[in-house]
Ligand binder design. Structure first.
Ligand code: SF4
Length: 338
């Protein structure tokens, strides 16, 4: 609820004003068991920061995180408290090449969480559960993988090990930060299908971070769209993707690979998307709606205020002045009080 994250920047110039990266501004959303939620946006939009706050790798600057409806104590950094939280909430990193320690074999990687969280005690229990985890992520015959080292595995196999390691603690929430973006195109679908199967079998609440809105449509029941640290649209994927309301979502969809457009133009991006610039710096982001410098519909009010969330029905919402009523627009168009 209302998550915000700022990162101060160390500037070594004497008397220089302190700079801050405004990475995430007022992010509010929910995750549900057995459902995937895609968090979509360009690089630098704040998606990874959101996931890292949920995993408690970063402390929010302000806001609240609730688990099963109960606010969690963000002030407590005791190892026991964090371990208890991570029993329920696990994060899969983007880079399967960096997330495994090259000097340890698969058995070591998977046995650590099993022992740490008390799921296996004896060597036999560890071996049995490591083999079961390998089978759950479709690495078979499991006996052939248990003693392999990361350098003996392909990118897809490493990502399966990373997923198995997350599953070892029986989490209820899985945060997958661009889990296929560093893999060969040929195996991306396999990993996506694996995550889909596990979500269903384990009733996982899955947050799937991607810059590819086309895969969100395939993968997730719900979609959230982020731009420059602000969440701008969300709801059931069908509604967000079939009837996008926010101009940025419309732009993202126009930029998504479209076989028909590629055939006609020789590329997947519309000229309009290229013409409208890039995501702004988050050190000094635009006031109001951060999308206004790129928005074809920008109004004076957009430069002064960030629009409140407008409910569009059936769980679909957006933050855009195009969908607030006229009275609100007129009120917010007045210059801010000094
Ligand atoms: Fe465009 Fe204004 Fe809507 Fe932002 S609030 S997307 S600038 S119309």
């Amino acid at each position: 609820n209302h998550l915000r994250k700022e990162f101060p920047i160390n500037d070594f110039k004497l008397f220089a004003p302190r700079k801050v990266v405004h990475a995430v501004e007022d992010a509010t959303f929910e995750l549900y068991p057995g459902q995937a939620t895609a968090l979509v946006g360009e690089s630098g939009s704040g998606k990874t920061t959101v996931a890292r706050m949920l995993a408690r790798l970063y402390d929010p600057t302000s806001g609240e995180i609730s688990f099963r409806g109960e606010p969690i104590k963000l002030q407590s950094h005791r190892a026991a408290v964090l371990r208890q939280y991570r029993r329920h909430v696990q994060l899969i990193f983007q880079d399967p090449f960096a997330s495994l320690n090259p000097i340890h074999d698969v058995r070591y990687h998977l046995s650590r969480p099993l022992r740490l969280f008390g799921h296996a005690h004896t060597e036999d229990e560890v071996t049995e559960q490591v083999l079961a985890l390998l089978r759950r992520v479709s690495l078979s015959p499991a006996e052939q993988f248990i003693q392999k080292f990361p350098h003996q595995l392909s990118g897809g196999q490493r990502q399966r090990i990373a997923i198995a390691r997350a599953l070892a603690v029986h989490p209820e929430v899985l945060l997958a930060d661009e889990p296929v973006s560093m893999l060969d195109v040929s195996i991306r679908l396999d990993i996506l299908n694996l995550l889909l199967r596990l979500k269903k079998e384990e009733q996982l609440a899955l947050l799937f971070i991607t810059h590819d809105i086309a895969s969100a449509r395939y993968f997730a029941e719900n979609t959230l769209v982020m731009y420059a640290g602000q969440m701008v649209e969300g709801g059931p994927s069908e509604a967000v993707i079939q009837t996008p309301k926010h101009p940025y979502t419309q732009l993202l969809l126009a930029a998504a690979p479209d076989p028909d457009r590629i055939k006609a133009q020789g590329h997947g991006l519309s000229e309009e998307v290229h013409a409208r610039g890039e995501i702004p710096s988050l050190i000094n982001p635009p006031e109001g709606c951060r999308f206004h410098p790129r928005c074809p519909h920008a109004m004076p009010v957009c430069k002064q205020h960030f629009p409140a969330r407008t409910e569009l029905g059936n769980g679909h919402w957006t933050n855009c002045f195009l969908y607030t009523d006229q009275t609100i627009q007129q009120q917010t168009t007045a210059p801010a009080a000094q």
